[in-house]
Write a protein that binds this ligand. Structure first.
Ligand SMILES: Cc1cc2nc3c(=O)[nH]c(=O)nc-3n(C[C@H](O)[C@H](O)[C@H](O)COP(=O)(O)OP(=O)(O)OC[C@H]3O[C@@H](n4cnc5c(N)ncnc54)[C@H](O)[C@@H]3O)c2cc1C
Length: 219
């Protein structure tokens, strides 16, 4: 297939922390986004599996959804100020590492088992994933990419309306804006599309003018 312009909208891949039993519950009882899943998990016993200091803020947001929140530090940093803030919000802190997710008889989450053998009951686990823009098939373009802080992920770098440093290539949605939801992703696609169309209209007119004047046509 050939095209005069390309809009990359390949989305992203969520990479979960390597905790046995976690992945099978992804999108159901293992959640990342309070604005996507918040209503469904409200008032449940929720556990935050910390992946970086960014998980501290994640916990404060999920605290809006439940009074029963436990923060599993998983060797991430939580300084005295963070601990005081959690205490003020009745967020329990567990520093013992998490060994695995424990299922209930109906296949849902019953809790987690810690490395000291303790089982901690939870119905929902919230985790910040590492978000990796999907790049399959695009290596030949060599589109510039950039890493987010705290190992949060890797995205296509883009400018106004999704432009990239590669001539003729635009990018929209999660591939470049890792935290965009459906509305923002669709809006970015529409904006990039109109930008591309506007430039094609100009290119077509330039080509028509060149043809009319007997010069070489370009697209
Ligand atoms: C579990 C979960 C729940 C969510 N819930 C919500 C919610 O309730 N509300 C909300 O607004 N957002 C929600 N989101 C976020 C939402 O899914 C994304 O913001 C949105 O889908 C991003 O749209 P996109 O078009 O950028 O990417 P995507 O929707 O991921 O679409 C990218 C598409 O490109 C395809 N693709 C990838 N690589 C290639 C390739 N090389 N060639 C061809 N095709 C390719 C993929 O298969 C995919 O179909 C949720 C996300 C997750 C993971």
């Amino acid at each position: 297939m050939t095209a005069r312009r390309l809009l990359v909208a390949t989305g992203l891949r969520d990479v979960l922390p390597d905790v046995p039993g976690l992945a099978e519950h992804w999108g159901h009882r293992v959640v990342h986004c309070p604005y996507c899943h918040g209503w469904e998990v409200r008032d449940e016993p929720i556990g935050i599996l910390a992946t970086s200091p960014a998980s501290i803020h994640h916990a404060l947001v999920f605290r809006q959804l439940t009074d029963d929140l436990i923060y599993f530090t998983r060797s991430t940093e939580l300084d005295p100020d963070g601990r005081a803030r959690f205490a003020a919000r009745n967020i329990r802190i567990i520093d013992t590492p998490v060994q695995e997710v424990v299922n209930s008889e109906d296949g849902a989450i019953a809790g987690v088992r810690l490395t000291d053998g303790t089982r901690v009951a939870r119905r929902v686990l919230a985790v910040i994933t590492e978000m990796q823009a999907r790049t399959e098939g695009l290596d030949g373009l060599k589109p510039p990419m950039e890493d987010l802080p705290y190992n949060m992920g890797r995205r296509f770098a883009s400018g106004m309306a999704g432009t990239t440093d590669v001539p003729g290539v635009w990018v929209a949605g999660n591939a470049t804006d890792l935290t965009a939801q459906v509305g923002a992703s669709a809006a970015a696609g529409a904006l990039a599309g109109s930008h591309i169309n506007a430039l094609l209209a100009t290119a077509d007119t330039d080509a028509a003018l060149a043809a009319a004047e007997g010069g070489p046509a370009t697209a």
